[in-house]
Write a protein that binds this ligand. Sequence first.
Ligand code: BES
Ligand code: MN
Ligand code: ZN
Length: 499
Amino acid sequence: MEFKAITDPRARAATACAVIGMHEDGALGPAGQLVDQRIGGAAARLFASKDFAAKLGDTLLLSRTGHEGPARVLLVGLGARKKFDRRQYRKAAQAAAQALLKTGATDAVVYLAVDAGTDLALDAYRRARGIAETFRAQGYRIPDLKTGPKPKPPRLREVRIATGGAGDARHAQRGLDDGVAVADGVAFARDLANLPPNVCTPTHLGVRAQSMRELRGVKVTVLGERQIKALKMGAFLAVAQGSTEPPRLIVCEYRGAPRAQAPLCLVGKGITFDSGGISLKDPPAMDEMKFDMCGAATVLGAFRTAAHLRLPINLVAIVPTCENMPAGNAVKPADVVTTMSGQTVEVLNTDAEGRLILCDALTYSRRFKPAAVIDVATLTGACVIALGNHYSGLMSNDDALAAEIAAAGQRADDRAWHLPIGEEYVDQLKSNFADVANVGGREGGACTAAAYLSKFTTDLKWAHLDIAGTAWLSGAQKGSTGRPVPLLVDFLLERARTK
Ligand code: BES
Ligand code: MN
Ligand code: ZN
């Protein structure tokens, strides 16, 4: 699916399908009105006859009624004008894409961005980017392993976005290009996370990361068990030791700015399967624990997008990856391990493995003298209970960094909610046998997990995203979402613009 910004002041572009929006009060935007005139006012008539209510996300496909005008018109409901905001705009775009992909149209001209302009505090760049991201996301298909005939690829090849003037079109084209790059990063992450864990192993993640070497300015290093041992990553190795799959430490470096500029570091939890280890999980939904590498997948996806866009920043992605399995030689409750930082940890629960691999990866990040470090992890069930799948949990030892990340999430419609860490939570992690325990009881589980990590990030500007709720959907829509790639890319874009 290719995207182009065009200026089309009279809404006369020839196309297989024109996409126009209508509010619940029956109002079309200026471009929508011009399109409707060319089909004899069919859209307005359908509203008047109550055949189309224009609720948010409603769609109705009209085929050419006269000789003039586009072959099809897709009417999209925008809902109440008063409630219309950037999230509703995205929902309308999503519905439009879903309906459009079911038609036979091979190209479309979308007038949503130009018409919604008067109602939304969104510039041409944002409006166009929203369309590219949502259209691409609707076109995403899980790389499944089903036998039998493959579904046909969507016929829709070219989507043109009508904008205001030529200046708008330039901004919109940039929005479309960025939107496609974000969507590519999202799809990259979703593909990895949707793969079964017998395919998506730590070794596989390493190979996929290595494929990014072809991008300009990118260097990828994949460390094996011997090298991880040499680094003294005792906590990471303790998690890995019960599995026959060898662990990997993946390090991707992107140089888009002078060497002197401190890099941003992204650290992603890469547990390719979390059985819980000796503290074995319950069977129901254990299959979903293949998703426990979504932090890794999204960090790699965001890295790939940043490199693809050639952002003028330096960036490092660090992914500790292994399986968490029970075995005769697996780490067990009460084991004490020594982390790369030198601090000792009492492993009270082997199912709290994410923080064990992350603490060593966070310590490793120090060698890059990063401007900021963000770790991304499907870390706690407690975060799912707290925030559901709407917001990622956000914790930080730096309020300005947290605010910057929360703002990026707002802009990208991939939101995160700032939660507390601090002494109270660190106190819950006291151990009689080691410097720190790896669990702090049920209460405030998302916060104690982050508080544990904070013991390894002193003097770093650090933030943590708990994506246990947002990275994955259960039920009929079961599969990965690619979140928080959009948030991360927006954060990087803004850093590239301002720093
Ligand atoms: N990967 C899980 C977190 C998780 C659990 C995500 C359920 C989504 C749904 C993590 O490794 C884990 O098992 N965390 C434990 C921590 C506990 C033992 C302190 C949890 O949340 O139950
Ligand atoms: Mn676990
Ligand atoms: Zn886990």
